[in-house]
Design a protein around this ligand. Structure first.
Ligand code: ATP
Length: 362
């Protein structure tokens, strides 16, 4: 296990700055996901940790030791890419054994470690199979096994599940988490899929446009996003984000939601935070999962635009052309497009953001 410390890390490619600045501490044995949309700088960060790219500025420390000038092969990192690197002329067993044989381990130990990892990744029945004939799913499992077997102190995975099918991805999420717990590695996992990050990571570093947006446990980033980007990116669907203006009323401070033709009251803590923030232009946020149907005459009444029934859940799209709102229900609901529905937002689940800066107000 090794702690990784990224200090003021910057990466430029010519005139383009792919990583504007990155400060991040990844703890010993932690599963850290780097999460963000395509092009946000995740792989660039990862490649610098691996030693495939040099930082333009800043430092990378492993357990306090500066990695500047330390070659990739000497950093003690294992790396799995989206495109698995498998020796197709070797069978599964020899692919798994490769890293250990390179380290000249006795064949007896190679054999017991190959069998252990094969067992773990459910590759045991395939050990004698030629790799050239394996499915994409199995190849990716083999690529993970091949890197994991040498038990690197740091394990880097860059979108390892993006080419495999959905059912297999769900299985691998559980297995990778289990693998990391078993081998107690520090794991850095690049993904654009928030579900992968939420289900596996101890903490998530959310990135956008070469800037770290927030670091926290999955529940921290879900419940208390630091800014509008994180609020919209985490969760499926993301948080409802409604443009609003603060206004004083006989109910105290309220948010005027002009596009919906109504205003929403604020609890005392949020009202105080909004007043001290100063700006009147705010964004009123709440999770689609924190909405329930209200008795008519209560809550916010809005037209239903569209109902998505996806088995375990129902996603109801409401509102106007100017302002859509999504509500997610655990079960089916008796709503159809064209009717009106009154929704109530769970007390305590409203989040406010400054419209100009995007920062959370709390
Ligand atoms: P993706 O999932 O699409 O790979 P990412 O978040 O991993 O996204 P990076 O691969 O880190 O993004 O790329 C960040 C930005 O830097 C992108 O705009 C990319 O085009 C650019 N970039 C990456 N490598 C180079 C390079 N060698 N030369 C020039 N630009 C690069």
């Amino acid at each position: 296990m090794t702690a990784i410390h990224l200090q003021n890390l910057v990466k430029r490619f010519g005139a383009f700055t792919a990583l504007k600045t990155m400060d991040l501490e990844i703890r010993d044995g932690e599963f850290m996901a780097l999460l963000g949309p395509s092009g946000c700088g995740k792989s660039t960060t990862m490649n610098m940790i691996a030693g495939m790219e040099n930082p333009s500025e800043g430092r990378i420390l492993f357990d306090g030791k500066d990695m500047n000038g330390v070659a990739m092969g000497r950093r003690g990192v294992g790396f799995v890419f989206q495109n698995y690197a498998i020796f197709t002329h070797m069978n599964v067993y020899d692919n798994l054994a490769y890293g250990l044989r390179m380290r000249r381990l006795p064949e007896g130990e190679v054999d017991s470690r190959v069998r252990k990892i094969a067992d773990f990744l459910q590759l045991s029945p395939l050990l004698k199979q030629p790799s050239a004939k394996l499915s994409v799913n199995i190849l990716q499992r083999l690529a993970i096994g091949r890197s994991a077997i040498v038990e690197p102190a740091i394990f880097l995975l860059d979108e390892p599940l993006s080419n495999v099918d959905a059912a297999f991805r769900a299985v691998m999420r559980t297995e990778l988490k289990h693998l990391q717990r078993q081998f107690r590695q520090t794991m850095v996992y690049v993904t654009h899929d928030q579900l992968e990050a939420m289900t596996m990571a101890d903490r998530i570093a959310v990135m956008d446009h070469g800037v770290l947006q927030q670091v926290g446990t999955p529940l921290e980033v879900y419940n208390n996003p630091d800014n509008l980007f994180v609020a919209g990116f985490i969760g499926a669907p993301g948080m409802n984000l409604l443009k609003g203006e603060l206004a004083d009323s006989d109910r105290g401070l309220v948010v005027d939601l002009a596009a919906l033709g109504r205003s929403a009251p604020l609890g005392p803590a949020l009202a105080a935070a909004a007043r001290s923030n100063g700006s009147r232009d705010i964004v009123y946020g709440f999770r689609p999962e924190r909405v329930s149907l209200a008795p008519s005459g209560e809550g916010m009444t809005m037209p239903v635009v569209f109902v998505e029934r996806i088995g375990a859940r129902t996603v109801v799209h409401l509102g106007t052309d100017a302002q859509r709102v999504k509500a997610v229900f655990d079960n089916d609901v008796a709503l159809e497009a064209g009717v009106s529905a009154a929704i109530a937002i769970e007390p305590g689940s409203v989040r406010l953001f400054d419209a100009a800066s995007g920062h959370g107000i709390r």
